[in-house]
Design a protein around this ligand. Structure first.
Ligand code: 7TS
Length: 409
């Protein structure tokens, strides 16, 4: 199954690397798209376009089959028990809002606690704060250390008998650190809480098995894993989804509607109101095929190699400081740093002049940045299609920044 590894051959699949001169190191924001994904989206609109899930004619059924086969593929990819546990959303943000408003709104009572890790992206923090405000629950923070580490002990100490929901990312979009979701789920379940995992930065880069992790919910975005923008996923255990009220209401999420009432459809349809993004789902299915065709073993090998070079070379630059762990293997392709005397926006602008794309700012994780004692930072994030040569050019460019800003060295 696995395709023979040759990064230069792989790069030919990505049209943007032919059309633009760019060293793209902003993969945690969004990944680039291979033509196989672009073709799958076009193929849907060329050959299958009808409104799925409602038409009775042949073309509409073909559209429905395309959409449902994408759901089956996602189910298999994350090892869910059943495709009914896969809800298509717009992105990880919408998936997390869905769980917060629907599950949170259903179970939370005044005085209940929601434990949210301090390293969460705002998408996995603000929905919980909103739902806490509505229900009278309180948000408490699960702290990490300077390396970004959250231990089982930390969770055991922070969780109480009032904790109903724990929200933790599997991989931090700033520190790259990975949380032990399986161990965390066990602790949550012993305390009668559910674990909501944010898989936005893990699912594109490593095998994720929701049954093995025993996680209650997992959210991720298609666009960070080679898929198109506008399609995301919420996995939820069937036992929860069955009880949860809808998040959005409208077309195609009901069994029947009368003047005064409505019977909602079964999951996943109960959570997919309105016309769905079937073209996006077809693209996501092609993205999964592409990732599986290369294989996570090779993907991780390349991403770890690049991270190791990045970390080793940065260590040699006295004015650059990496946030989080010193061990490259803790970074999962994400290296965020500060550069003495130069604002991250200037760092990014200077790198851009060398056609290098990185992210600068707070990375939508301001509470974590505050905890780390920095206002802003610069982040380089790699994907398997990046090359050693690109990383080396980035390092050369990085070394020149202070001089370009007028410092003596
Ligand atoms: N969760 C994590 C851990 C993320 O990194 C992101 C996006 C999201 C949720 C939200 O994803 P969306 O697809 O709904 O927007 N992270 C980033 C980033 O690090 N830079 O740009 C977007």
């Amino acid at each position: 199954m696995n395709r023979e590894w040759n990064v230069n051959e792989i790069r030919k699949d990505f049209p943007i690397f032919q059309s633009r001169e760019i060293i793209y190191l902003d993969n945690s924001a969004t990944s680039q798209k291979p033509y196989q994904v672009l073709d799958a989206v076009t193929d849907f609109y060329r050959n299958y376009n009808a409104n799925p899930l409602r038409g009775l004619y042949d073309l509409a059924q073909a559209a429905t089959e395309k959409y449902e086969s994408a759901r089956e593929k996602v189910c298999r990819f994350i090892h869910a028990e059943s495709a009914d546990e896969i809800i298509f959303t717009r992105n990880a943000t919408e998936s997390l809002n869905l769980v917060a408003y629907s599950y949170g709104g259903m179970v939370l009572k005044p005085g209940d606690e929601i434990l949210v890790s301090i390293m969460e992206h705002h998408s996995d923090m603000l929905p919980w704060r909103q739902v806490a405000e509505k229900t009278g629950a309180v948000v408490k923070y699960l702290e990490c250390d300077r390396q970004g580490k959250i231990t089982e002990e930390d969770l055991k100490n922070a969780i109480t008998e009032h904790t109903r929901i724990v929200a933790v990312t599997q991989v931090s979009n700033v520190l790259g650190v990975k949380n032990d979701i399986r161990a965390f789920a066990k602790i949550c379940h012993e305390k009668g809480a559910v674990l909501v995992a944010d898989g936005a930065q893990s699912v594109p880069h490593m095998p994720v098995d929701v049954q093995d992790l025993d996680v209650d919910f997992l959210a991720f975005s298609g666009h960070k894993m080679l898929g198109p923008m506008g399609v995301g996923v919420l996995y939820g255990k069937k036992e929860h989804l069955k009880k949860m009220p809808p998040f959005l209401t409208g077309g195609e999420m009901i069994e029947s509607v009368s003047r005064d009432g409505a019977v909602f459809a079964q999951p996943p349809y109960k959570f997919e109101a309105g016309t769905v993004n079937a073209g996006g789902a077809a693209g996501l299915a092609a993205a999964i095929d592409y990732l599986e065709n290369i294989g996570f073993e090779q993907i991780q090998k390349q991403e770890n190699l690049l991270t190791e070079i990045l970390m080793e070379e940065i260590k040699k630059i006295p004015f650059v400081h990496v946030l989080g762990s010193e061990n490259p293997l803790d970074h999962h392709g994400i290296v965020t740093f500060t550069l003495d005397g130069v604002h991250p926006h200037d760092v990014a602008a200077i790198l851009d002049a060398d056609h290098i794309a990185v992210r600068a700012g707070h990375h939508c994780a301001q509470p974590l940045m505050q905890q780390m004692g920095v206002m802003a930072s610069t982040r380089a994030s790699v994907m398997f299609y990046n090359t050693e040569e690109e990383v080396e050019k980035f390092i050369l460019s990085l070394k020149e920044i202070r001089r370009k800003m007028g410092y003596a060295e």
